[in-house]
Design a protein around this ligand. Sequence first.
Ligand code: THU
Length: 141
Amino acid sequence: MIFAVAEYWDRFGFSPENLMERAHEYSKQAYAPYSKFSVGAALLTEEGEVVGGCNVENASYGMSLCAERVAMSNAVLRGCRRPLAIAVASSHPAFCPPCGACRQFLSEFNPDIDVLLSVDGQLAIYRLDSLLPLRFKLDIA
Ligand code: THU
């Protein structure tokens, strides 16, 4: 867990708490009729823009999309290639760390992205690298 707050928050006049609030807002847009577990993700780009995502489920369960991947894809569409931070929030008071697939997906763009989570009502910041050691990289000559 990282307690030192990165310099970019001041630069953008934005706080980790602000990003977490946005994640909570985005979770209200979730389409989660099957699990009833709504997730929102708020991603901070290098330009200081906040891009959102929510989970989008499907009757064919395996096709469901996680909030983090929706947010990252949304950010790519806007030209973002190196996100700085992502906050994840769920409709439940439960701890909601990104699933393994989302960790790998985010690591493609920034293996050191700050991952903001709400733990027992307290905000915690993890570096993605610590949540996904030995990530898969396509090292081909
Ligand atoms: N979910 C996310 O949106 N992000 C995660 O990192 C884990 C799980 C969603 C997928 C599914 O719609 C619901 O939460 C229950 O698993």
